[in-house]
Ligand binder design. Structure first.
Ligand SMILES: NC(=O)c1ccc[n+]([C@@H]2O[C@H](COP(=O)([O-])OP(=O)(O)OC[C@H]3O[C@@H](n4cnc5c(N)ncnc54)[C@H](O)[C@@H]3O)[C@@H](O)[C@H]2O)c1
Ligand SMILES: N[C@H](C(=O)O)[C@H](O)COP(=O)(O)O
Length: 346
């Protein structure tokens, strides 16, 4: 199965989009810059906003505007934050959403996509955005995952969150619960599983991945007594995947699947919907987890948390997830390069 990712060069810098300007995205970028990024990293943000937030946080970080031509020689220096500057539409009040700045949030993403597509950066790492305020600003937006899919012109992508010892991918992403059942089709499950299987091999070094698949209904439908989606849709899809050489186990009841007995022999769990899989992942790893979009032409990781408007500017934002997201992005680029070298020499 071909890997759709363009070859990532792990020697290139990472780029972060700082996300919702009123939230903790700017804080975690600055707090991490104060300690030093694990790799050469540039941040897309507004220069004045970052200077203002650094002073609110009371930290010594030199916020330095760079030109994209400087990305090739970017160095990694604790206490320095290299900014690709984007203008704001209105000044930011920390902790207060303002729909007038929705365009700014999207412009950051568009620049990151351009830099990743032309391979100026090895990967993009996204800070948290507020989906609601972007929509209030007149821009239809359900999440980075769907936005990146559409901007990259790919039919399907997969949201997968990972933390130490657990990876959880989703069949459906940002969808109202009432629409979930209809969105789960045999084709959809197969497309998602193929991407997941492929990326577990190419980006995570799993030789022969095993994917645990949840049911949709309580107790995986209890043989049709508690719903038919397992019998009508999930089981036939898993049978078809078996024919394609993709190893899955399921549908398993979601309430009993997340235990060592099952997880220790699996590479990922595939849940049917957002709040079936992510609460378990975030309970286990919030603060040290990463959100990854699989199936894009480039590597994208993200923090596991939201905009946390309640603590923006307070200095209480934990940088653990940003640090994890940066490290995952880099190691995925390394793994991808290794796989491509192996394929060239095969
Ligand atoms: N990556 C993303 O873009 C992303 C991810 C999740 C949620 N969101 C969005 O964020 C907004 C707010 O969502 P929410 O309130 O459900 O989740 P949230 O993660 O913003 O906040 C939940 C709680 O966790 C705390 N928290 C979050 N991150 C923290 C950190 N780094 N350090 C310390 N405490 C932290 C917050 O203070 C809050 O009490 C929503 O619009 C949601 O869609 C965006
Ligand atoms: N579903 C994500 C989570 O709960 O962490 C979050 O909403 C961000 O999703 P995007 O990366 O698609 O914006």
């Amino acid at each position: 199965m071909a890997n759709p990712c363009k070859p990532a060069n792990p020697d290139k810098p990472l780029v972060i989009t700082s996300g919702e300007p009123a939230g903790i995205g700017p804080d975690v970028c600055l707090l991490q810059a104060a300690q030093g990024f694990p790799r050469a990293t540039a941040v897309i943000a507004n220069l004045e906003l970052m200077q203002q937030r650094a002073s609110e946080l009371g930290i010594e970080v030199t916020v330095k505007k760079i030109d994209r031509s400087e990305l090739a020689n970017l160095s990694n220096q604790a206490g320095v934050l290299a900014i690709l500057d984007i203008p704001l539409d209105q000044p930011v009040i920390t902790g207060q959403l303002n729909k007038a700045n929705s365009r700014y949030v999207i412009q950051m993403l568009d620049l990151a996509i351009e830099l990743a597509n032309n391979q100026t950066v090895s990967a993009i790492v996204t800070g948290p955005v507020h989906k609601g305020v972007i929509n209030d600003g007149g821009l239809a937006f359900t999440g980075h995952t769907e936005y990146l899919r559409d901007q990259c012109g790919v039919e399907e992508v997969v949201m997968m969150l990972a933390t130490e010892g657990l990876r959880v991918a989703l069949v459906t992403t940002h969808l109202p619960l009432k629409d979930v059942s209809a969105a789960i089709t045999q084709d959809k499950i197969q497309r998602v599983c193929r991407i997941l299987h492929n990326d577990l091999i190419h980006q995570f070094g799993c030789e022969q991945p095993t994917i645990l698949v949840t049911g949709l209904n309580p107790h995986a439908g209890e043989d049709g007594h508690l719903g038919y989606e397992e019998i009508d849709t999930i089981i036939p899809a898993l049978k078809a995947l078996h024919q394609q050489g993709i190893r899955t186990q399921g549908p398993l009841p979601a309430d009993t699947l997340f235990q060592p007995h099952y997880l220790e022999n699996a590479d990922a769990v595939l849940a049917m919907y957002h709040d079936q899989g992510l609460p378990v992942l975030k309970y286990k790893g919030f603060g040290n987890a990463v959100n990854i979009t699989l199936g894009l032409p480039f590597i994208r990781t993200s923090v596991d948390h939201g905009t946390a408007l309640d603590i923006a500017g307070s200095g209480r934002a934990d940088t653990g997830s940003l640090y994890t997201a940066l490290n995952y992005a880099h190691s995925m680029a390394q793994q991808q390069q290794l796989k491509q070298q192996e394929q060239r020499h095969a």
